[in-house]
Ligand binder design. Structure first.
Ligand code: GTP
Ligand code: SPV
Ligand code: MN
Length: 544
């Protein structure tokens, strides 16, 4: 690890992982349940006994001559009724330092755990960072995670995706709560009221950006504010008043660096100015600071790229930072961190929002007809792939609830769990469910919606719908805004009413093709497909 400029970036470090180890590896991520059916058709599976043997054979002796670190950590505020404890054993100082930012670590956690056996076992071994023997394995029934041959982010910070989503989603199923790949934000209205929204977008599709949104000037002047509770993961439970409450189990942000700048996300940038770790970005050797594509128009001339090679950002045609380079930043650094961040009882949720990256089809925003229809809307999510996982970028794939790589059990059972949670909620108190798409493109490939801060305009419509303050147009897929109901004050030059209307359009012919695709996708779940979702699909087809 390279220590960065102590004046400009105090207590900050740069780290480079091996070139073969820069993202999650979904094909090598296993859910080892006793039977294959329990893991379901969307997960990779191996027999647990066979897998333990394989992993121990790979990891055996790999700590010889190295330092072993033992990290007791809490996901969620220590002692909160939502929180869960893990212990990770690792031979990587990078993992230790990142976990100290991303989770609550230390003696207080052990004191809280006491003699309880309710903790997640985590074993990480770097081994030789051999991509051919890299495995990220969850054993949900054993509360156990084993990760070998990687030193990268979501593969090795076991509290994050491995525990807080894969293991926790399974625990939530068994215990009556939910672990979701969702940001949590609060919108403060000029009168001081704050309403909370949870939103699930696939990796690198805008959660961190939305969670730290800066309101457009028109809204700022009126007194609107946005507060960040979480940017990646939400643990959700019913509260004593019958509403759903969410906490962020993490204590920091592991955010995508490229594209983060003073304009797009000043709050994220501010969060990285102290006590942060940068992974796979470029180094400016002249002043020992970091740089990535989209930070500013001033790349270092005397730099090192993410591979550690000499790099002149002014003349080179190669990128300086890996497209999935990241910053690890303490949540307390974030200027818009919610006052409820440490609240052990979480925040009450008004709306769930699903969304993906889709150049065509999915409108800017629509509201589901009711809870079950909302579960259907989440289950049919599809998004273009990003650099967050190894694979072909841009390819469209189904990613239900943004949980495809993170659901620790059969996706059919997971959908049924969503439906069952809905049955326990009074419809007046249940969050309303929406879908958004910030990524609609014109035929010449330009984004049609400005996105970022302007997404507040859509959140405003969503919260008005939650309060029953505004009408909407009923369509076969759900309720879509009337174009005049999305506020364009201040961006009329950028987005005309006609453009807005075009990205709110529901095109039956395209949706008929989509319905056929959904039918095909659903087929793999066999008996595990909840009958409610089959009905929802039939209703959609009929309405189209
Ligand atoms: P993970 O940490 O991988 O789960 O990603 P994330 O969902 O937090 O994504 P993030 O907010 O880091 O955004 C990823 C990429 O999407 C960045 O390159 C952003 O610039 C881009 N992005 C985010 N919001 C918008 C938006 O509203 N419009 C457009 N066009 N791009 C966006
Ligand atoms: C994601 O890929 O959704 C991330 C980054 O948040 S990682 O921690 O690598 O999973
Ligand atoms: Mn994520």
């Amino acid at each position: 690890m390279t220590k960065l400029n102590p004046e400009l970036l105090p207590d900050c470090y740069l780290h480079r992982t091996k070139a073969n180890d820069v993202a999650r590896v979904e094909a090598r991520t296993l859910i080892c349940t006793p039977t294959k059916e329990e893991a379901g058709p969307t997960n990779h599976w191996m027999d647990p006994d066979e897998c333990y043997k394989m992993l121990y054979d790979i990891a055996r002796d790999s700590y010889k001559g190295r330092t072993m670190y033992v990290l007791p950590y809490s996901m969620g505020p220590v002692g909160s009724p939502f929180s869960k404890i893990g212990i990770e054993v690792t031979d990587s100082i990078y993992v230790v330092l990142n976990m100290c930012i991303m989770t609550r670590v230390g003696q207080a956690v052990l004191d809280c755990l006491g003699d309880s056996d309710d903790w997640v076992r985590g074993l990480h071994a770097k081994c030789k960072i051999d991509a051919e023997n890299r495995w990220i394995v969850q054993f949900p029934q054993d509360n156990t995670i084993i990760s070998v041959n990687s030193g990268y982010g979501g593969n090795v910070l076991l509290g994050k995706k491995c525990f807080a989503l894969r293991i926790a989603s399974y625990q939530g199923w068994k215990e009556g709560w939910q672990a979701e790949h969702m940001l949590i934000l609060g919108v403060e209205f000029p009168n001081g009221d704050v309403k909370y929204i949870c939103a699930a977008f696939p990796s690198a599709c805008g959660k961190t950006n939305l969670a730290m949104l800066i309101p457009p000037e028109y809204y700022r002047k009126k007194g609107y504010k946005v507060w960040t509770v979480g940017d990646d993961i939400a643990w959700i439970r019913k509260g004593p008043d019958g509403r759903l409450y969410a906490i962020n189990p993490e204590n920091g942000f592991f955010g995508v660096a490229p594209g983060t700048n003073d304009k797009s996300n000043p709050n994220a940038l501010a969060s990285t100015k102290r006590g942060a770790i940068f992974t796979n970005v470029a180094l400016n050797k002249d002043n020992m600071t970091v740089w990535w594509e989209g930070l500013d128009k001033n790349p270092p001339e005397n730099g090192l790229d993410w591979l550690g090679n000499d790099w002149n950002g002014k003349t080179s045609t190669e990128v300086g930072a890996n497209p999935n380079s990241r910053f690890t930043a303490p949540a307390v650094n974030c200027p818009c961190l919610s006052s409820e961040f440490e609240n052990p009882n979480g925040v009450p949720i008004s709306a769930f929002v699903f969304g993906g990256r889709r150049a065509k089809l999915a409108p800017l925003v629509y509201q589901s007809k009711d809870w079950d229809n909302g579960v259907f809307v989440g289950s049919i999510m599809a998004s273009e792939k990003t650099a967050a996982a190894v694979g072909k970028v841009g390819e469209l794939r189904r990613d239900p609830m943004a949980m495809l790589p993170f659901c620790g059990y059969n996706m059919g059972d997971y959908w049924q769990h969503w439906i069952d949670i809905g049955k326990t909620l009074d419809p007046d108190k249940a969050p309303k469910i929406f879908n958004v798409n910030w990524f609609r493109k014109s035929d010449d490939g330009k984004f049609l919606w400005p996105g970022f801060g302007d997404n507040l305009r859509v959140l405003e419509w969503i919260l008005k719908r939650c309060e029953g303050e505004i009408d909407a147009k009923e369509t076969p897929i759900g309720y879509v805004p009337y174009a005049e109901d999305i506020n364009l004050e201040g961006i009329e030059d950028e987005v005309s009413r006609e453009t807005l209307a075009s990205i709110l359009e529901v095109e039956p012919e395209l949706w008929k093709e989509e319905a056929a695709g959904i039918e095909e996708y659903y087929a793999q779940f066999g008996d595990k497909l909840p009958p409610v979702l089959r009905e929802q699909l039939e209703n959609l087809k009929a309405a189209l």
